[in-house]
Design a protein around this ligand. Structure first.
Ligand code: ADP
Ligand code: ASP
Ligand code: MG
Length: 421
């Protein structure tokens, strides 16, 4: 008998009819002799609605209270799904994160899971019940409700699978797997039958929101077998077909002999902003002074570029999320510019980051130059570059995002073969 954790996202539970389908699908898996734990998100749009309500009261909501509000969407879906299961004749129980013992730290709105109690879930599974758990939420040591950051139900699902030693964690969503890039932006994107854990980690951290990055980290750390698949197929497709569908996240050593593309996927992040401190005296401690002022304001910095100076002065550029753009500029202008004697602080809030990802890059030269040539042929200026062993990222003007992603998708032979008419 296998133990399966299934996670269903917002669209997958977006209506009463879809919730009933989730119930039918979970029962299909249970009827085949599996123990089934289902983790659900709030109905699509619900978490946004709750956060907007909170902002009407407090434009910068109190984080503890925001979590009290934002976590309620999931409580609705667990109750509805448990009812749907029971009305189909299957015993089930719903639990909030707190009830089932999802313990987190106290970082409201972005809490990390520290441990999960197994007792209650195991007892229910032994009694033949389907267990339904609210994603996205937990409790801290003081019993305060916490949430795990947007998209956090993925992490709830994988963490539960890790805690229970599940045979597989299935992430059911509104696409039928992980694609070479977001299929909503590039219709020619093709579905990957598998992707390595390392590539998935890069894709998620570079902007592909199909999986929350922490869920991938968990899967890697605890070696959870993770599959992304569609909840929008008819619920009664044969199990033998469904169990091999979607995209499996694999570990590189499992697929040593596989022929792989050099670039496996393209990720992008909208809503980036670039800041440049102009004419900085080139002496020790400058990068620290600039970035510590930003860090103290809890602003996350991503790409960083500093040039060698020829005349004792240099320009220092970095990126932040667009939401933090105005705050970063004002901190640098008021606190830093005078102290360090920089000539100016300028910025551009309309940037985006595009990244090519692939473990095949380790053994192939010239990947970055193909990327740069492709962008130059489209007349797209590269503002910043950063690389790692398996990715190259560039910062460009956001108005070229779609054009750049499509051109790169073609250049690296990722377009799905045209289907014959
Ligand atoms: P859920 O509500 O099920 O958690 P999300 O909206 O969080 O679903 O994630 C699924 C979405 O991720 C897809 O609808 C798709 O637009 C987007 N996406 C971005 N990059 C990719 C990719 N490389 N492959 C598949 N989907 C992607
Ligand atoms: N409902 C939460 C969100 O919208 C968590 C999730 O869907 O994964 O971010
Ligand atoms: Mg999601």
């Amino acid at each position: 008998m296998a133990l399966i954790v299934q996670k269903y996202g917002g669209t997958s539970v977006g209506s009463v009819e879809r919730i009933k389908n989730v119930a039918r699908r979970a029962i299909k898996w249970a009827d085949a002799g599996n123990q089934v734990v289902v983790v659900v998100s709030a109905m699509s749009g619900e978490t946004n609605r709750l956060i907007a309500l909170a902002r009407e009261i407090q434009p910068e909501p109190d984080p503890r209270e925001l979590d009290v509000v934002a976590s309620t969407g999931e409580q609705v879906t667990i109750g509805l799904l448990a009812m749907a299961l029971k009305s189909l004749g299957r015993d089930a129980r719903s639990y909030t994160g707190g009830q089932v013992g999802v313990h987190t730290d106290s970082a409201f709105t972005k809490a990390r899971i520290e441990s999960i109690d197994q007792q209650r879930i195991r007892a229910d599974l032994e009694a033949g019940r389907i267990v339904v758990v609210a994603g996205f939420q937990g409790v801290d040591a003081q019993g305060n409700i916490t949430t795990l950051g947007r998209g956090g139900s993925d992490t709830s699902g994988v963490a539960l699978a890790a805690a229970l030693g599940a045979d597989e964690c299935q992430i059911y969503t509104d696409v039928d797997g992980v694609y070479t890039t977001d299929p909503r932006v590039v219709p020619e994107a093709s579905k990957l039958p598998s992707i390595t854990f390392e590539e998935m980690l890069e894709m998620a951290s570079l902007g592909s929101k199909v999986l929350q990055i922490r869920s991938v980290e968990f899967a890697g750390k605890y070696r959870v077998r993770l599959r992304v698949l569609s909840s929008l197929t008819p619920w009664d497709i044969p199990l033998e077909h469904e169990m091999h569908s979607g995209t499996l996240i694999t570990f590189e050593e499992d697929q040593k002999n596989m022929e792989r593309a050099v670039v496996s996927g393209i990720a992008f992040a909208r809503d980036e902003a670039k800041i440049t401190v102009v004419g900085v005296p080139d002496r020790p401690g400058i990068a620290y002074q600039i970035l510590s002022a930003v860090g103290q304001a809890n602003i996350e910095v991503d790409m960083i570029v500093q040039n060698q100076s020829v005349d004792g002065f240099t320009d220092f550029s970095f990126t932040v999320g667009r939401n933090d753009y105005a705050r970063t500029l004002s901190i640098l202008k008021s606190e830093v510019q005078g102290h360090i004697g920089a000539k100016d602080v300028i910025g551009d809030p309309k940037a985006c980051k595009i990244s090519i990802v692939g473990v095949g890059m380790r053994s192939h030269a010239g990947v970055a130059s193909t990327m740069f040539r492709t962008l130059s042929e489209e007349g797209i200026n590269i503002q910043m570059i950063s690389t790692s062993e398996i990715k190259v990222s560039v910062l460009i003007d956001e108005k070229y995002l779609e054009l750049a992603v499509r051109a790169l998708h073609r250049a690296f032979d990722l377009d799905a073969p045209a289907t014959p008419a």
